[in-house]
Design a protein around this ligand. Sequence first.
Ligand code: HEM
Ligand SMILES: *[C@@H]1O[C@H](CO)[C@@H](O)[C@H](O)[C@H]1NC(C)=O
Ligand SMILES: *[C@@H]1O[C@H](CO)[C@@H](O)[C@H](O)[C@H]1NC(C)=O
Ligand SMILES: *[C@@H]1O[C@H](CO)[C@@H](O)[C@H](O)[C@H]1NC(C)=O
Ligand SMILES: *[C@@H]1O[C@H](CO)[C@@H](O)[C@H](O)[C@H]1NC(C)=O
Ligand SMILES: *[C@@H]1O[C@H](CO)[C@@H](O)[C@H](O)[C@H]1NC(C)=O
Ligand SMILES: *[C@@H]1O[C@H](CO)[C@@H](O)[C@H](O)[C@H]1NC(C)=O
Ligand SMILES: *[C@@H]1O[C@H](CO)[C@@H](O)[C@H](O)[C@H]1NC(C)=O
Ligand SMILES: *[C@@H]1O[C@H](CO)[C@@H](O)[C@H](O)[C@H]1NC(C)=O
Ligand SMILES: *[C@@H]1O[C@H](CO)[C@@H](O)[C@H](O)[C@H]1NC(C)=O
Length: 353
Amino acid sequence: MNPSLHLTVTALCCLVVVLGGLPFSSDAQLDPSFYKTSCPNVHSIVREVLRNVSKTDPRILASFIRLHFHDCFVQGCDASILLNDTSTIVSEQGAFPNNNSIRGLDVVNRIKTAVENACPNTVSCADILALSAEISSVLANGPDWKVPLGRRDSLTANQSLANANLPGPSSNLTTLKSFFSRQGLNTTDLVALSGAHTIGRGQCQFFVNRLYNFSNTGNPDPTLNTTYLQTLQALCPNGGPGTTLANLDLTTPNTFDSKYYSNLQVQKGLFQSDQELFSTSGSDTVAIVNSFNNNQTLFFEKFKASMIKMGNIGVLTGAQGEIRKQCNFVNGASVGLDSMVTRESSQDGVSSY
Ligand code: HEM
Ligand SMILES: *[C@@H]1O[C@H](CO)[C@@H](O)[C@H](O)[C@H]1NC(C)=O
Ligand SMILES: *[C@@H]1O[C@H](CO)[C@@H](O)[C@H](O)[C@H]1NC(C)=O
Ligand SMILES: *[C@@H]1O[C@H](CO)[C@@H](O)[C@H](O)[C@H]1NC(C)=O
Ligand SMILES: *[C@@H]1O[C@H](CO)[C@@H](O)[C@H](O)[C@H]1NC(C)=O
Ligand SMILES: *[C@@H]1O[C@H](CO)[C@@H](O)[C@H](O)[C@H]1NC(C)=O
Ligand SMILES: *[C@@H]1O[C@H](CO)[C@@H](O)[C@H](O)[C@H]1NC(C)=O
Ligand SMILES: *[C@@H]1O[C@H](CO)[C@@H](O)[C@H](O)[C@H]1NC(C)=O
Ligand SMILES: *[C@@H]1O[C@H](CO)[C@@H](O)[C@H](O)[C@H]1NC(C)=O
Ligand SMILES: *[C@@H]1O[C@H](CO)[C@@H](O)[C@H](O)[C@H]1NC(C)=O
């Protein structure tokens, strides 16, 4: 072959490869420097509020990571979870996975007020949730990453979609994989993001079936470590209050580390959905759990990548949606006498909880 022609062909190939690798997909729309000129201090403003609150309420960091997850899995990361009931909105806060379970909505509003004072009408509530998740990770000693920004806030919420899309604590591995896959997240993402259960708490009602009557067998979950079973039975008596809290990570409950995975290796995952990642025989997730336990740097790297991937789900950008002034309501919403629609009509969503 003529050498110069060969060069041209090689160059063309490279060009195709390079172009093919460029992020022309939806995630190209967000940018970590989105507020660089319009609100340069947004990160430190959000951080300051979270740091203050976490001094007296360390759990708030976990609650904020979960808020971002529960936002993103329901019509995308658009702050739809923050919209309250009104005459036109049936709040996602009333969905089974959220009701009496999500926390921190008052703190979101404190953050929003602080951000509005510095940069009015500029920063979306959806971006506040994404930034808060990263900041919470860092404040709990976990990884940091550059959060892609520029999300806009939804004009709608969807309670039945929240019931349909958020996996429940008794989900098996097949169900977990399919719920994540529907959001464009693969098995590595599932195992990495489940690692967020290295901090935070869970209520007895979400695992009590494993302690006394697993899958209606009349016996405890055989995959639960017997010493851990006794600890949890003492904490959550059969028929006792469902709201008592257990640490999701019994080893280091407030520190973001890879102990979640070593707990799974000794059958000490709190929820069935946690333990499934390790005890489903022959599953590809076992090797991933082992690798994250062996190498916390690897876990942190994958967690960051998966959080960025999750943060890109269904985002509104450009002229879509709006920048809400108050995170609980769309702009111009009447929140007066005609608010508070009855929720009867929205109870048809099948609960996986
Ligand atoms: C894989 C499927 C998942 C299931 C079935 C699940 C389920 C749950 C449940 C039932 C709770 C306890 C809620 C309560 O007791 O009120 C919880 C807490 C939590 N979840 Fe998940 N979760 C999953 C994935 C995730 C993901 C992907 C993240 C974030 C990336 C996450 C972050 C958290 C955090 C940080 C908490 C503690 C919240 C707090 O203490 O306020 N979870 N999860
Ligand atoms: C944090 O707390 C300190 C002391 O209580 C207070 O002076 C400061 O204004 C608070 N900052 C924010 C952002 O809440
Ligand atoms: C929104 O609803 C939550 C309960 O889900 C409530 O605590 C909060 O006060 C409401 N926010 C506003 C501004 O009404
Ligand atoms: C949320 O829980 C409360 C009980 O704490 C209940 O009264 C209410 O009906 C629940 N909301 C929905 C939408 O199910
Ligand atoms: C809400 O989600 C359901 C799926 O659970 C879908 O059928 C419905 O069209 C959605 N409603 C709105 C208003 O987007
Ligand atoms: C997983 O759970 C789903 C939904 O509850 C069920 O249909 C399916 O049979 C279960 N799969 C396995 C392997 O247990
Ligand atoms: C999951 O997706 C990431 C890219 O987002 C990719 O690097 C990784 O290889 C995928 N893992 C699996 C198990 O498919
Ligand atoms: C376990 O649950 C099933 C279904 O709810 C029930 O029929 C059975 O009596 C329970 N067994 C025990 C020992 O509680
Ligand atoms: C149960 O936990 C103990 C440590 O408390 C551990 O030595 C043992 O191997 C665990 N059992 C199983 C089946 O993993
Ligand atoms: C741990 O994972 C990191 C990130 O992938 C890698 O660079 C490093 O070589 C791994 N360390 C070991 C001991 O395998």
